[in-house]
Design a protein around this ligand. Sequence first.
Ligand code: ZN
Length: 289
Amino acid sequence: MKNSDTFQRFLFEDMGIRGELVRLDASWQAVLQRHTYPLNVSRQLGQALAAVTLLSGTIKFKGALIIQTQSRGPLHTLVVQATHRQTIRGLAHWRDPVPEGNLSEVFGEGRLVLTIQKEGEESYQGVVSLEGQCLAAALEGYFAHSEQLATRLWLFADGQRAAGLFLQALPTQTPTEEDWMRLVTLADTVTEHEMLHLPFEDLLYRLYHEEKVRLFEAEPVVFRCSCSRQRIEDTLLALGKADVEDILAEKGCVEVDCDFCNKRYQFDLVDIGVLFSEEIKSPPSSTKH
Ligand SMILES: [Zn+2]
């Protein structure tokens, strides 16, 4: 279907303002199929997935962008990831009941961590407090502190779709206050129904038919998990031989489910034996006695 799972950039060339639109449909449902979330949780998760896809579009690199909340309230864990290939995944953990409300009511006091993982480089992390009415407000706070580029986000999600709209001043050309405020005021009139259902061309026409706006090619977005047996093995090695052997003794095998995609990885006695014997064969580290 046209306009499903689409990421699309646009540009107000004369004003120095860029924009992005994202709509998640099958990819969002793939996330929802793997866990049963209460509505208040899924709404936050869908908004976060739309946000991470939008923000991954602003930085040109190979790798991934991760947005993660760290807090102690009802919705205490939320992790979303988007890669440069426009693949996304995400999950949330919560304690019932999760109330309606602002971020501190839903998440509790905490922080929002943005991690940029460039292939072959050290990760970069930015942190902002988890405050405001919604995730869009907290992310705008992040941009105000760290990037110092005027940035606004509008995020929506229901049980079928998630969508987002993003406006940002170009770093190379500062827009006038008047232009910026006009575009933001028009974007503020967008409704959830329009964001979740209107084709992007129609949406931009509805908001900005009096402005000169260039719409770029639509790019597909898909759900894909980056988990692998190798990564699970690394986790088991980090856990340590004694703990893993305890699990093995108790259950007969070690089973690890990926939380993002529900894929199950199984390790029997022989697998575990090989895994830890390989560790011994590798050169000893200076911390070993
Ligand atoms: Zn997975």
